[in-house]
Design a protein around this ligand. Structure first.
Ligand code: FAD
Length: 304
């Protein structure tokens, strides 16, 4: 396995100044909105590259994603990235969503195909008048608005629908050809999987940053079931670490922080200098892990 040369472009710089981004989901209630904004205000001083807001399955949070992004743009200095899927909608509707983002000043979209409306594990059927795939969506956005920066997904363990990793990397290549500037990986817990994937992607001549997606497991049981459905392997050593802690949230939190901090610190030692955190709208663990990476509020940096 070669040392990482990008997400991750320079291993010396990596240890001094990792770059981070945060992912949030749009809140469903006023209480969740208050809690999200406490999280955003706590994490904002860490000066992330960008913060992204997910788009609910089948476009179910279209308005809430938009209003969260609009508020971030209005009330903070953060750079928002709006997730967008093309599942279950005609092109015209998706184009309107994109146009509204452009109009308010958003310039970064995380462009995805999305899960089948009939549920994960069932066959995907594109809308007959819709974008047919993620590369098709990216090309559609770029054609109308070349100034949108496009991030996409990447799957170190392959997407569950892909027959094999090479076919999955073919899709990544098609997304790059259509204009993707960065890929963010599905969550993984075994760093070797990511590093081996990176080797294969680089061997194919794909040079965009492949940013590792890191998920601190606040609630191991819940998270395990969610990530397993998305094709992520949960190693037995990880399950062992949470064993017996179902009723002990405090210890679970400490264990989760230790595990995720260990993961990012090991990646940083391999030269990875960019991390995307699945925050689950909570600040504490992500703040602590960023601190351990040497990131301090208001742009101050310490060697990790
Ligand atoms: P793609 O990268 O286009 O495809 C994934 C793989 O599936 C490829 O290997 C491709 O070849 C294969 N494939 C694609 N279409 C077919 C087909 N018709 N038949 C057979 N194989 C096919 N989901 C949301 O709903 N909202 C979000 O905000 C969201 N954010 C995400 C962010 C990240 C960083 C990641 C990793 C995932 C996110 N997802 C989100 C989940 C994502 O929508 C699902 O994983 C979805 O099933 C695939 O979308 P994609 O763009 O990743 O697929």
């Amino acid at each position: 396995m070669t040392e990482v040369t990008s997400a991750a472009s320079n291993s010396h710089r990596a240890l001094q100044s990792p770059k981070i981004s945060f992912e949030f989901f749009p809140p469903k209630s006023e209480e969740m909105e208050r809690s999200l904004w406490e999280t955003i205000n706590r994490l904002a001083p860490l000066a992330p590259n960008f913060v992204s807001v997910t788009y609910g399955a089948g476009g179910s949070t279209r308005e809430r994603t938009h209003s969260t992004i609009a508020r971030i743009l209005k009330e903070t200095n953060l750079t928002p990235a709006a997730h967008l899927t093309c599942v279950g909608a005609p092109k015209g509707e998706i184009d309107d969503v994109v146009a509204r983002y452009h109009e308010i000043g958003v310039r970064h979209i995380v462009a995805l195909r999305g899960d089948p409306t009939t549920g994960i594990g069932t066959a995907y059927n594109a809308h007959p008048d819709g974008y047919q795939s993620s590369p098709d969506l990216i090309a559609g956005i770029k054609k109308r608005y070349p100034d949108f920066e496009i991030s996409v997904s990447a799957y170190p363990e392959k997407h569950p629908e892909s027959p094999n990793l090479d076919a999955d990397i073919d899709t990544l290549q098609a997304k790059v050809d259509a204009g993707a500037a960065r890929a963010i990986t599905q969550v993984f817990f075994d760093n070797d999987l990511y590093l081996r994937y990176l080797d294969r992607v680089r061997a194919r001549g794909i040079n965009i940053p492949i940013v590792p997606g890191i998920m601190p497991m606040h609630n191991f049981k819940q998270a395990r079931s969610f990530v397993t459905r998305a094709g992520t392997t949960v190693p037995s050593w990880l399950a062992d670490k949470f064993e017996g802690l179902d009723d002990d949230a405090e210890t679970r939190k400490l264990v989760a922080a230790t595990v995720a901090a260990g993961q990012v610190q090991k990646l940083a030692k391999q030269g990875v200098d960019t991390f995307h955190f699945y925050t689950m709208n909570r600040a504490d663990l992500v703040f602590a892990i960023s601190h351990l990476l040497g990131i301090r509020p208001n742009g101050a940096q310490k060697a990790a």
